[in-house]
Write a protein that binds this ligand. Structure first.
Ligand SMILES: [Zn+2]
Length: 407
């Protein structure tokens, strides 16, 4: 399954369903902080929005940008005050020339950009794969544009997505710009990997933490996407390609919301790749019982993972970890209802009985060990690690009677 997918955990902007592009759900703390800063006319010249992937940091940045550029924000909450006090996340007018040109940033197919809104992210190649880093060229372009001042005489907003992915020379160039803040220029930087952001950049921006969305918000959003889709039938990608979400029953919606750990981006990604049915099949095919045929299956399975992107491997490990957790819960309480995969209850319970406590714990430890070697250590042998993990999941733990240790 994993080798078939080319998308990362966070969907391309053009793939975000329209039901999710016009409003913000959750993130009360971040919104209130921004609101207060604006009310006091103390909006920082650079913000660093950080939190897990796909939870809405970019959306908040865009809505904020739209509001900051809006020619006539609605002022219901502060009727007697100046325009500057009208920062209320719901109150960009949505009608003015400015608003209409920021909106297309969310859906590129709708039209042109606002000339005073700069958006920088990693490039995608023709197959949709994201480049590893942001190169220096767009930063240089930004600098020369900023040196000319605002095109329309108002604020200039710069959104940089995944600022942790700036290449070293790009980061150094950006640093110079951040060190000498220009009047009316606001930087909105986002990252899902705060530790990977250069400390020098971190120190020049105000950090704002975004928490994962709660379960109820996730379910509401998923339901909304489904309803919008049934109205519009399908969502269109940039090039007119159809992105489709298969209908979910309530159990699948709960599973998807729980499995995604508060990240609507991750949920949409899983959903558009074939939904919970595919995830459930993946679990069943990854859980091998240890016969000689399974060893061969495990090696074949490992081979299919070799070309997977980092995000896909992380997702696979995450799915399995959630499933082993279900098995552990069911082992102690067969009636348990708080499961990641309620539709697999019977299968999970039976497997828990066969595997027993030690092997479930060893496999969870094997997933941790494998993840640690794959993503946190430099120079690890990726092929060997994936192969060892698959063999372990296929029953090598039964033979060794111990937890996996790769080093
Ligand atoms: Zn407006």
């Amino acid at each position: 399954m994993l080798s078939e997918s080319t998308s990362s955990v966070q969907p391309a902007l053009s793939q975000v369903p329209s039901a999710l592009t016009n409003e913000i759900q959750g993130h009360q703390f971040a919104l209130e902080t921004l609101q207060k800063a604006f009310d006091r006319k103390r909006l920082h010249h650079a913000y660093l929005f950080h939190g897990p992937e796909g939870i809405g940091k970019f959306r908040v940045a865009t809505v904020l940008a739209r509001l900051l550029l809006c020619a006539s924000p609605l002022k219901e909450s502060n009727p007697d005050q100046s325009q500057d006090v009208a920062l209320n996340i719901q109150h960009a007018c949505g009608q003015c020339k400015s608003c209409l040109r920021v909106k297309p940033l969310i859906n590129k197919s709708e039209g042109a950009y606002h000339p005073d809104l700069h958006y920088i992210t990693r490039e995608r190649d023709s197959s949709g794969k994201l480049a590893k880093e942001i190169k220096i060229a767009p930063i240089r372009e930004l600098q020369s544009s900023l040196s000319l001042g605002s095109f329309e005489g108002g604020r200039v907003i710069v959104i940089i997505e995944d600022v942790d992915r700036l290449g070293l020379s790009a980061a150094n160039a950006l640093l110079k710009t951040l060190e000498e803040p220009l009047e009316n220029v606001h930087f909105l930087l986002t990252t899902s990997s705060l530790n990977a952001v250069l400390p020098t950049i971190k120190s020049r921006a105000q950090s704002l933490r975004f928490a994962p969305l709660d379960l109820k918000t996730m379910q509401d959003l998923l339901l909304k996407v489904e309803r919008t889709q049934s109205q519009n039938d399908v969502e269109q990608k940039d090039g007119g390609e159809v992105l489709s979400f298969s209908p979910l029953d309530e159990g699948q919606r709960i599973s998807l919301a729980q499995l995604s750990g508060g990240s609507i981006g991750r949920a949409l990604d899983l959903w558009s790749q074939g939904g919970m049915l595919k995830v459930e099949n993946l679990i069943q095919s990854s859980d091998l019982s240890g016969g000689p045929q399974d060893i061969l299956n495990a090696l074949a399975f490992a081979k299919s993972l070799e070309s997977a992107e980092e995000a896909e491997l992380k997702q696979w490990i995450h799915i399995l970890r959630c499933w082993y957790r279900d098995a552990l819960v069911l082992m102690h309480n067969p009636q348990a209802s708080e499961l990641f995969f309620p539709r697999l209850t019977e299968f999970s319970y039976k497997r828990a009985q066969v595997l027993g406590l030690d092997r479930l714990l060893w496999r969870l430890a094997a997933l941790d060990e494998c993840e640690n070697h794959l993503f946190r250590r430099i120079g690890s042998n990726r092929k060997l690690i994936i192969e060892t993990l698959c063999l372990y999941l296929a029953g090598l733990d039964t033979l060794t009677q111990k937890a996996l240790k790769l080093s």
